[in-house]
Design a protein around this ligand. Structure first.
Ligand SMILES: CCCCCCCC/C=C\CCCCCC(=O)SCCNC(=O)CCNC(=O)[C@H](O)C(C)(C)COP(=O)(O)OP(=O)(O)OC[C@H]1O[C@@H](n2cnc3c(N)ncnc32)[C@H](O)[C@@H]1OP(=O)(O)O
Ligand code: FAD
Length: 648
């Protein structure tokens, strides 16, 4: 599509779909005020608008043509977007919030996303002060373009079994980096394939024949002159993915690559000139970057879900299909209760996840500040909360985005709906930064320790006080006698705490019984893994309805109370339905950011679907070359055979 058409495509139209307009006229609250709350403040809304103007004045960020691009083009466009953001960040001295906001406005569709998502944060968290003074300026001025290379072809979850080695050579005061086996090659790190010239490599530290475990090392990959791989380095792209194809996730094989001893990150441990290994801080301090990204992922979960909810809600009020009563006007599909059940949980969860991310980020900032000051007391609780919430929120996002796609019928299956790409881009959130079932277990492990403390009356961590407040009575004793009770947040909190108490202590009891029966700890753990993972999972009424079993199988709700909750849930959906459009409008997503013919602000869905169809590469010619190469022959043969048959 020519640049001019591209500009026209996203320009907001003065003609707004009448159904959508009517929904906006009947809002029961001030949308702008809610937008300020979502952004964090009026100033942050203003800042977002400034950044939208900056980004969307650049053709590369309006990429309508994106729908029919080859991977190389997609990658190059992602590089160009990265460079633009990096240049603006340096020129306007953006802070982390501005950079993260700009990345979001670019849909994180930037090839070198790891520079700010992991590479710079890892230097800030894992390097000594001397190393930070040396490396941070080079990373912030983008001389070093980097990645975080931990996962290998053979291992992603089990860090203890990573095979890459860093062997100290006291003769030359260097480390020798090696990928000793095919499964040891680094595999997956973002921007590793073609973009990065430097990597933070996690490797087993070998000093005088002894393995001191996993440590981070700064490894130059490519020449700063001409970007060719350095001696001993074999690096490349691992191939196309379901989405996120602007990112060159790569492989790295190192054969006797030598780096100076000073290239071992030395905040938490070091090897002295004479080959002595010294450990500082807590054993898991080197895992700090992963905790940060898990917290970021809860923010990305909110962003993806609010995108999907906006598209599905707006389309569901524009789309009219079928009538409840013959002869009546076709219904807006959002008036079908089944459509509300598909779409409104995504809207509700978007708001819940926004607030949850904010709360988790506050915990992270507080604990990170403590850790930087040498106090690691709350690290374990942060690890538990970040693991459980990253796992739960990414799992729910993937499920609810698929429901949003299904709610858009056939058009939801078009790339121009934007929602398929959203599903595919968000899909890896259940895997990256710790696969969900693994992270749930990390949380469960911490929960079991809290139960053990609660049982003997020892103090438990702040987020787990319910383990002390809930009684272990085997009969439901929560006051839910009418619909009004179901709308009382304190009552709902009590319902969840009672259920959580029952499920968590139930898992602990099963685990304890297995161990007391003589089964080894790790076997007992595996045999009870589903209960333990459930103990680490749970949002209000819909959450109760969806997980009925856990609320009915534990002394939490009676069947009658559960039915009240279900009725309250449907009543709440009907209420939310009235304000569904103002509630998604409050996310205030620019059409370019939303990138959807179905979700555009003016609701001119059909005109935009047709306009985008014109950009299909198949429509470059009226008759596609494939006709002349293949179809014509087939038709001519058919005609010939029919003529021959008619003569018989
Ligand atoms: C549209 C959507 C937006 C899209 C945006 C995309 C743009 C950017 C694109 C991508 C960005 C994402 C990049 C992703 C980068 C990666 O994936 S990096 C690699 C991530 N890999 C992992 O997370 C590995 C997962 N595995 C582990 O963390 C560990 O192996 C384990 C925790 C599973 C096990 O740890 P291990 O040490 O092997 O054994 P344990 O005995 O379980 O743990 C020992 C104790 O250490 C505590 N602990 C473990 N981890 C941490 C931690 N991170 N922090 C603090 N403490 C930790 C654990 O609780 C144990 O403590 P106790 O002994 O006291 O119980
Ligand atoms: C888009 C994307 C970007 C990525 N970016 C990076 C990056 O920048 N840097 C980097 O280092 N890595 C990166 N990764 C790799 C990512 O961190 C790993 O894929 C992830 O840690 C899971 O490891 P794995 O793929 O080896 O799966 P495995 O660990 O082999 O697990 C496979 C499956 O086995 C099961 N499983 C494994 N262990 C357990 C267990 N203990 N209990 C129960 N079930 C288990 C789970 O079902 C899991 O899905 C990226 C991956 C993707 C998809």
């Amino acid at each position: 599509m020519a640049a001019a058409n591209r500009d026209a495509f996203w320009a907001p139209s003065s003609k707004v779909n009448p159904d959508l307009a009517r929904e906006r006229e009947s809002a029961t609250f001030d949308v702008r005020e809610l937008t300020h709350i979502i952004d964090g403040s009026p100033d942050r809304t203003k800042r977002r608008k400034e950044l939208e103007n900056l980004l969307y004045s650049e053709p590369v960020f309006r990429d309508v043509g994106r729908l029919s691009m080859e991977r190389d083009e997609i990658y190059e466009q992602g590089v160009l977007k990265s460079i633009k953001l990096f240049e603006w960040s340096r020129k306007y001295k953006w802070d982390d919030d501005d950079f993260e906001l700009a990345s979001r406005l670019a849909n994180h569709d930037i090839s070198m996303s790891l520079q700010h998502a992991m590479f710079i944060p890892a230097i800030e968290r894992l390097a000594s002060d001397t190393q930070k003074a040396k490396w941070l300026p080079r990373a912030l001025h983008y001389e070093m373009i980097g990645t975080y290379a931990q996962t290998e072809l053979g291992h992603g979850t089990n860090l203890m079994e990573l095979e890459t080695t860093a062997t100290f050579d006291p003769e030359r005061n260097e480390f020798i980096m090696n990928s000793p086996t095919v499964t040891s090659m680094k595999w997956w790190p973002g921007a590793l394939g073609k973009s990065s010239n430097t990597a933070i490599v996690l490797a087993q530290l070998i000093v005088k024949g002894k393995n001191h475990g996993l440590h981070p090392f700064l490894v130059p990959l490519r020449s700063m002159e001409d970007h060719t791989p350095l001696p001993g380095i074999s690096v490349g792209d691992i191939g196309p993915k379901m989405a996120l194809n602007c990112i060159d996730n790569g492989f790295l094989i190192m054969k006797n690559v030598r780096i100076p001893r000073e290239n071992m990150f030395m905040k938490n441990a070091e090897v002295t000139r004479d080959g002595r290994f010294i450990s500082r801080g807590v054993d898991k301090a080197n895992y700090a970057t992963m905790v940060l990204v898990r917290v970021k992922i809860t923010r990305w979960a909110f962003e993806s879900l609010s995108d999907g909810a906006t598209t599905a809600v707006r389309y569901s009020v524009v789309r009219r299909q079928s009538s409840l009563k013959p002869g009546e006007r076709e219904l807006q599909v959002l008036d079908y209760q089944s459509q509300q059940y598909k779409v409104l949980p995504a809207l509700a969860a978007s708001y819940a996840f926004l607030m949850t991310n904010r709360s988790l980020h506050r915990l992270y900032d507080s604990v990170h500040a403590d850790i930087m000051a040498g106090n690691t007391k709350l690290l374990a609780e942060l690890h538990c909360q970040s693991s459980a919430l990253k796992a739960y929120m990414s799992e729910v996002v993937v499920q609810l985005l698929e429901l949003c796609r299904q709610a858009c019928g056939g058009h939801g299956y078009l790339a121009s709906s934007g929602i398929g790409l959203l599903c595919a881009s968000s899909a890896p959130l259940v895997t990256v930064e710790g696969e969900n079932s693994v992270l749930y277990q990390q949380a469960a492990r911490y929960l079991m320790k809290q139960v053990a403390k609660a049982v003997v009356g020892d103090p438990v961590a702040s987020g787990f006080q319910y383990l002390l407040t809930q009684s272990s009575s085997d009969r439901p004793d929560i006051r839910i006698q009418n619909l009004a009770d179901c709308g009382n947040l304190d009552t709902l909190l009590q319902v969840y705490q009672r259920m959580a108490f029952s499920v968590v202590t139930g898992a602990a009891r099963k685990l304890q019984m297995a161990i007391e029966s003589g089964v080894e700890q790790h076997v007992a753990w595996n045999n009870n893994m589903v209960s333990l993972i459930q103990a680490a999972r749970f949002y209000a009424l819909h959450g109760i309805a969806k997980e009925a079993g856990y609320f009915l199988a534990t002394p939490t709700l009676t069947p009658d109370q559960f039915e009240l909750v279900r009725a309250a849930e449907l009543q709440a959906m009907a209420k939310v339905r009235h304000d569904a459009v103002p509630l998604v409008d409050a996310f205030d997503l620019h059409d370019i950011c939303l990138h959807s013919a179905l979700g555009c602000y003016d609701g001119n869905v059909y005109e935009r679907l047709y306009a985008l169809a014109q950009t299909s590469s198949l429509n470059k010619t009226q008759v596609h070359p494939a006709y002349y190469k293949h179809i014509r022959g087939l038709v001519k043969d058919g005609q010939k055979q029919l003529r021959q048959q008619s003569k018989l």
